[in-house]
Each structure stands twice: as structure tokens, then as C-alpha cells.
Design a protein around this ligand. Structure first.
Ligand code: TYD
Ligand code: MG
Length: 464
């Protein structure tokens, strides 16, 4: 038989979808312009593990056998709190034995720093941990740990990137928690393509998942995400792992936000807030205080709202800038931390209900501190900020606005109003504008509360 021609194929750098021909839009994840040419995977026989790999992995533990669901002992999946409160919160109360956690984020955001700190907290004589880095030498890692005051003799470091080598050391050391930094540098001998390619990432991750499940060892996999999505990566791993955490920030600020986008063992609503300091990441117990920290006083276009992230209320400053657009051009609508469509909707509602004309105005909206707010309970605050900038009228710094706005301009009630109000009172807000009928009987009697049901009433309440 003639030798197989080494065909080329295309794969999506975002989700790993494969196609024989180039496509402008990936049918897998609907992203545009993400298809890249790659040697055909069928020519590298990547879906067959080598006998050495099979032997290395099967030696790790027993292959599972079917058992009645009634006989499964739930306590076999205990949680292990890492002791870093903000991290445990995002995990849903601690690390689950045998779970695989993907930690994604831009390069330099602090993934290695966070994982080193977590391993340090977990490492005891009974709980040896292993940090595998394919990115840094032991010397570089030592410099980082010295900076963070970490000198734990039960935390082991290994500079390696070959999955076979990693498994061999894993078998000898028997660590109770493993960190792989990063999946992009990790490679498996069965695959011919270089580290970082989709087939390598998929194969090495599959091995790591097997190790976690066979040995009941939790594994953290670090994955870089680049802004332009150039590196194939975390997206295609999301379905293979138990938990996906993303580390985000607004580069202007030292704050980092850890968010769960998938969690088989907890909710995906909770966020963890950290501050990058000179000696590593420090959890922020009271995020409201940092998000309000550098608030300007008596400037038009700024005000505060109370949002809910998971189970916790967080006060955030919202800023708007309304300026004259270049004549004849399309007016700009730029948002940071706020959904663009939601902002466009609020602007349209203002035009219709308050009879304002923004067709020759550029509008910029921003949530200060790098937080991303998706809940509609900030609608009213967006409108208030835009109104304040447009009229160039200052909203008193002790005023806070909460409320959702419907398409017809009606002010709608929000959930968890008591938690939002108590956070507002804690931070000394004197006037809180809330939707009519939203208050429970216990909070209703408070003098600082102003109930409104229309946008006209909002305008009056804001500037009076
Ligand atoms: P790092 O954890 O290496 O990021 P990642 O692994 O996500 O690429 O963090 C790198 C940045 O954090 C770097 O700019 C230096 C800074 N940093 C501090 O500010 N304080 C510290 O204690 C450490 C260890 C790093
Ligand atoms: Mg790193």
C-alpha cells in the first residue's frame, strides 16, 4: 500500500475543533478567525498511547470497577480547605480530593504565585506536595518563594515538562497535591507536534486527569490565555477538568479577581478578590473597601451601586463619561466591566423615556477596579452615572443606587436587597435609592431610603 500522504488539516486555536479545510468562523465555538493550519493528527497516531505510558499510568492505582451507586461512600470525596479563604470560597469550600482544577489567566497575572502559596499552605509532613514547572528553573522559583517568605521542606519543586518524567517522579514521591505549570509547556511522547499545540494539550491533560482519578490526588493545571487567543489552550480543556478558574484583573490596579466558570463541586457565582503585594497575593476580606478606595469626591459621572457576587454584596463605583462625538461619525459606546449590549439598552431607554438625544455623544462606561458586573441590578446606577455626566451635575458621594430597569423604563425590584443595604450602611451611605416595593418590612422604616418607580423620580432623587 502506498504511504499515507501527510495531509494538512485546520484546527481552532480557541476550542480545538478540527476541519479538513479552512473556515472563517469556527463551528465549534463560533469564534471568527481562529482556524490555523496544522499537520493532520491522523498522521501522528495520537490517539494511541504507547505501552510505556499505559504501564506508567496503570501502576498508579486500581482501574475502576462498577459498583452499585448505593454503595458509594460519599466521604471518599472530602474537601480540604487550603486556608486561603478567598480561594476556598471560589472552590466551593475547599479542594476536593481527586479533582482537576484548571487555573487560566493572562501571562503575568499571578497564577504561579497563587499556586505556590496554595501548595505552601497545604504542605505538611503528612501532605507532601509537588510543584512541576516547565517554565522556570529551580533557581527562579526559589527567588520567587524567598520573596514570598516560603521555605517549606514538604513542598517539592521539579523543573520538567515531559509527562513521562512527571509521572515517574509522581510515583516515587507520592505527593498529595500536584501543580503543573503550565499545560502549554507540558508534552507527551506519543504526539509528534510541539508543546502548546492542541493535540499535545489534549493528550497531556488526558493523562493528568487519569492520574488524578486513579490516585485520588487533586491536580492544578495552569494554562495561559492570550488576549488574541493565539495559543490554543484552556478553552479546549474546559470540558475535561472538574473546575475551571480564571484569574482576571484590570492592569491599572493591583487587584486580581478569581472566578469559577465551571465547578463540578460548587457554585460558579463566587469570586475571590486578591491584592498583589510585594510578598505575594493577599486575600481581600472586604472587597467593597478596595473598590471604593480611590473614589473621587464631587465629580460628575461617578456613583456607587451594590452588586451581589455569589453570596456576597460588593459595592462598586460606576463611572460614565458623556462627551461630544466627532460630527458625522458613529458615536462611540465603550464599556469596561459592563456588558455592551446592556449599556446600549440603557442608553436607548434614556433617550426614549427621558427624551434625551445621545446621537452626537460618545459614551464611556467603566466599573472601577477591574470587576465585571453582569447582573441587571446595576441598570439604574448606569443610567444615573450617564445622567450625571451628561448634565454635569454631581451626585453626592454618600448616595447609592440599586435597581433593574425594564424595556419600558419601569424600575424593577432586585434580589437580596437586605444584604445590599446592610453593605451600603456599613460603608456610611446616607441616601440609598431603591425600586418601589422592594424593601422588606424590617428595612422599610429606614430614613435614608428613597423608593422610586420611574426614571423621572430617579433624576429628582439624585440631585436633590
Ligand atoms: P506570576 O505568578 O509569575 O504570573 P503568571 O504565573 O500568571 O504568569 O506573577 C508575575 C507578576 O507578579 C510579576 O509581574 C511580578 C509580580 N509579583 C509581585 O508583585 N509580588 C510577588 O510577591 C510576586 C511573587 C510576584
Ligand atoms: Mg507563571
Amino acid at each position: 500500500m502506498a504511504a499515507k500522504k501527510n495531509k494538512t488539516s485546520f484546527f481552532c486555536t480557541s476550542c480545538g475543533y478540527q476541519s479538513a479545510k479552512w473556515l472563517g468562523k469556527c463551528p465549534g465555538c463560533n469564534e471568527w478567525d481562529t482556524m490555523q493550519e496544522a499537520p493532520s493528527e491522523t498522521s501522528t497516531s495520537n490517539d494511541h498511547e504507547t505501552p510505556q505510558m499505559i504501564a506508567a499510568i496503570t501502576e498508579l492505582g486500581d482501574i475502576a470497577v462498577p459498583i452499585p451507586i448505593s454503595d458509594i461512600n460519599e466521604s471518599e470525596q472530602p474537601r480540604h480547605a487550603t486556608g486561603i479563604g478567598e480561594f476556598d470560597r471560589v472552590l466551593g469550600g475547599g479542594l476536593v480530593t481527586g479533582s482537576v482544577v484548571l487555573v487560566g489567566g493572562d501571562p503575568g497575572i499571578g497564577k504561579s504565585t497563587l499556586l505556590l502559596q496554595i501548595l505552601d499552605r497545604l504542605s505538611t509532613p503528612q501532605h507532601i506536595t509537588l510543584y512541576v514547572s516547565g517554565e522556570e528553573s529551580p533557581g527562579q522559583s526559589k527567588m520567587r518563594s524567598r520573596r514570598m517568605g516560603i521555605n517549606n521542606q514538604h513542598l517539592y519543586f521539579l523543573a520538567a515538562s515531559g509527562i513521562e518524567e512527571i509521572i515517574n517522579h509522581f510515583r516515587k514521591l507520592k505527593p498529595r497535591t500536584l501543580v503543573i505549570d503550565s499545560i502549554q509547556t507540558c508534552h507527551s511522547p506519543e504526539i509528534k507536534s510541539p508543546p502548546g499545540t492542541t493535540s499535545q494539550i489534549r493528550q497531556t491533560a488526558a493523562h493528568l486527569v487519569k492520574i488524578a482519578k486513579l490516585t485520588n490526588t487533586p491536580i492544578f493545571i495552569i494554562g495561559h490565555v492570550t488576549k488574541d487567543g493565539a495559543i490554543a489552550g484552556p478553552k479546549l480543556l474546559e470540558h475535561m477538568v472538574d473546575t475551571v478558574l480564571y484569574f482576571e484583573s484590570d492592569t491599572q490596579y493591583p487587584f486580581r479577581i478569581l472566578r469559577a466558570v465551571k465547578n463540578r463541586f460548587g457554585s460558579t457565582n463566587e469570586i475571590g478578590v486578591f491584592e498583589m503585594t510585594g510578598s505575594g497575593l493577599v486575600g481581600v476580606d472586604s472587597p467593597s473597601s478596595i473598590f471604593l478606595n480611590e473614589r473621587p469626591h464631587n465629580l460628575a459621572g461617578s456613583l456607587v451601586s451594590a452588586t451581589i457576587e455569589g453570596s456576597r454584596p460588593i459595592l462598586t463605583e460606576i463611572q460614565a463619561l458623556v462627551s461630544t462625538a466627532v460630527s458625522g461619525g458613529i458615536p462611540r459606546r465603550t464599556t469596561l466591566g459592563i456588558d455592551r449590549n446592556r449599556a446600549a439598552l440603557m442608553i436607548a431607554i434614556m433617550e426614549k423615556r427621558l427624551r434625551l438625544n445621545f446621537s452626537n455623544k460618545d459614551i464611556f462606561l467603566n466599573i472601577v477596579g477591574g470587576l465585571k458586573v453582569i447582573e441587571p441590578a446595576i441598570d439604574l446606577a448606569l443610567i444615573a452615572a450617564i445622567l450625571s455626566s451628561h448634565l454635569d451635575q454631581v451626585i453626592p458621594t454618600t448616595t447609592l443606587v440599586i435597581g433593574e430597569v425594564g424595556l419600558t423604563g419601569e424600575i424593577r425590584r432586585v434580589n437580596m436587597i437586605d444584604q445590599r443595604l446592610s453593605e451600603a450602611l456599613k460603608f456610611g451611605f446616607k441616601k440609598v435609592i431603591v425600586p418601589q416595593g422592594n424593601l422588606s418590612s424590617q428595612t422599610g422604616g429606614n430614613h435614608g431610603l428613597k423608593e422610586i418607580s420611574t426614571l423621572q423620580e430617579l433624576a429628582e432623587a439624585l440631585f436633590s
